[in-house]
Design a protein around this ligand. Sequence first.
Ligand code: ADP
Ligand code: MG
Length: 347
Amino acid sequence: MTDGRRIHILNPRLANQIAAGEVVERPASVVKELAENAIDAGSRRIEVELESGGARLIRVRDDGSGIAEDDLPLALSRHATSKIESLEDLEGVASLGFRGEALASISSVSRLELTSNVEEDPRGGWRVVAEGRQMEPRVSPAPHPRGTSVSVRDLFFNTPARRKFLRTEKTEFGHVEEAFRRLALSRYDIGWTLRHNQKTLHQLRGAEDAASRERRIGALLGSKFLDNALHLDLETGGLRLWGWVGLPTHSRAQADQQYFFVNGRVVRDRLVAHAIRQAYRDVLFHGRHPVFVLYLEVEPSVVDVNVHPTKHEVRFRDGRLVHDFLFSSLHRALGEVRPNAATADAS
Ligand code: ADP
Ligand code: MG
């Protein structure tokens, strides 16, 4: 029953606003999308700045490759991306983005300003502005060092039903901090800054040596984390698993402090969760949850990341293999602390 209405194509703004429902849930999702773009642009430093939990302002600034003047309006269009061109590209995709939807979606539900420069000369640089955009964005000169800044103001200002779902400043900022933690744990080589209401909460130097990594984990997860964790680094047949798993004695009542990355992308995966739960099965009390920061590195082609718009889910070509590798790696690592390790290993 359509009340006699005819079929028509949605106008682009409405189409983008509908798509935004999938990727832009709250300020934290904007932070994730903008920071992932900064990572994909090869940035060495990424600064995240918010006001009022992000409801008033979210700004992400990077020193990456920048966007050329001519590409600026395109960057805000739906299905516009520089990251893939073909199905083969998609199957081997190594970048975090590829759908070309984030900026179009975000700009349809906020006041967005994108300033960028591909040259070293800080007097160069161009800006596009979009306000819950419908018209062609206009490009104007704006000085900016090499890299990109994106400011997102008044998120959901034109979609009141969604704005209503924003929680308190504290709650929203809590989600942002969690998103920031995941991002900063995903790339130790990048320097990260997090600022809220003019206060600097994190300033993490980018470095890949073991001491810097551990310092970062301490800053993000607390100093107790590593005191109560085992380090592991294992490799078989094209799979590498490294990171830290908490001692059974350091379990938690909630399933927080669980970070699992596949090729630098944080994922929540049932198969992964199952393998980890199994490995901890006889060392954890019922209802307790292990803590971990784990990195799985695989060939991009053996994992499909195009399962969900937020890309929090993945599909492995050989799930069994991944499951067994995770289980046996963790089981072995935990074997060293398992009380009856000798008998367990003999079976
Ligand atoms: P996707 O990341 O899926 O390609 P986005 O909508 O997030 O889609 O971004 C669209 C395009 O804009 C990207 O493909 C990239 O070319 C460009 N872009 C966005 N943010 C940045 C940035 N911080 N630095 C350089 N280029 C960027
Ligand atoms: Mg993107």
